[in-house]
Ligand binder design. Structure first.
Ligand code: ADP
Ligand code: MG
Length: 246
């Protein structure tokens, strides 16, 4: 599998606090990789270093073989990495369609083209019938859909989702899982931060585990759920591999 994203020895310090320490892994083309670990493990910080919200203190980020370490977020997004935020950032006064169009404007100055781009994405994300609804009056699941749709409109090759399933009910989680699989079928790669194991286990090709800033494991979902250190540091009773076999 061709490598799309590769991070090497990423360390991020905030003063004396080491939020990421010597983290290395890669995401292949057309692959879903999930990043898991306890709160404060450094998952969002890693997203920020990759997406160019700030440079890592040490280490390198490569995208399609090119060193993008420390490049500004706008440039990185233009190259094909887009992330969503843990706290949804729906533009309240804009309609759903306009929200999605803001993503498309990364590539086009034409309103007509942006509208056209948005239309296909609204359909794929199940938002077409709500295109004229204001962002502020949406339910949480639709706000998350808008967040993903707007990210899609930037035409990413790698989409990074930060806890986009939190606060959703079972049916809605299934919806987002299906959407992730659909995006993979469209040729995208996904890097997903998520706590809901039942959701990420079936859709992830590989899982990377962070604890206290460090990578403690990496492997196939079935390897991760049976990894003693991962169970101790994070999974505990959260996900019992044995019970899932029955
Ligand atoms: N901008 C920042 N300034 C100072 N400390 C930060 C900043 N961002 C994150 N941290 C700290 O870095 C650690 C990792 O945080 P974070 O990446 O948000 O973890 P996670 O997303 O895994 O819950 C935490 O201790 C957090 O308080
Ligand atoms: Mg986080």
């Amino acid at each position: 599998m061709a490598e799309l994203l590769k991070i090497e020895h990423i360390t991020k310090k905030f003063g004396n606090l080491v939020a990421n320490e010597d983290v290395s892994f890669s995401v292949g083309e057309n692959e879903i990789v999930s990043l898991i670990g306890p709160n404060g493990a450094g998952k969002t910080t890693l997203f920020n270093s990759i997406a160019g919200y700030y440079p890592p203190t040490e280490g390198k980020v490569y995208f399609q073989g090119q060193d993008i370490t420390g490049k500004p977020a706008y440039d990185i997004c233009k190259m094909g990495i887009t992330r969503t935020f843990q706290v949804v950032k729906t533009l309240k006064e804009m309609t759903v369609e306009e929200n999605v169009m803001t993503g498309a404007f990364l590539h086009t100055g034409s309103r007509r083209q942006a509208k056209k781009d948005a239309e296909g994405i609204l359909e794929m994300t199940g938002l077409l019938d709500k295109r004229n609804v204001k962002g502020g009056s949406l339910t949480i699941i639709d706000k998350k859909r808008v967040e993903i749709a707007r990210a899609m409109a930037t035409r990413p090759k790698l989409l990074m989702l930060d806890e986009c399933m939190a606060g959703l009910n079972q049916t809605e989680i299934k919806d987002v899982m299906n959407l992730c699989v659909k995006l993979k079928e469209e040729g995208l790669s996904l890097l997903i931060v998520e706590h809901i194991m039942e959701a990420i286990m079936p859709i992830s090709d590989r899982i990377v585990v962070l604890n206290a800033g460090k990578k403690i494991a990496e492997g196939l979902p079935e390897e991760i759920v049976n990894n003693e250190e991962v169970i101790r540091a994070y999974l505990g009773d959260r996900y019992n591999a044995e019970s899932k076999k029955s």
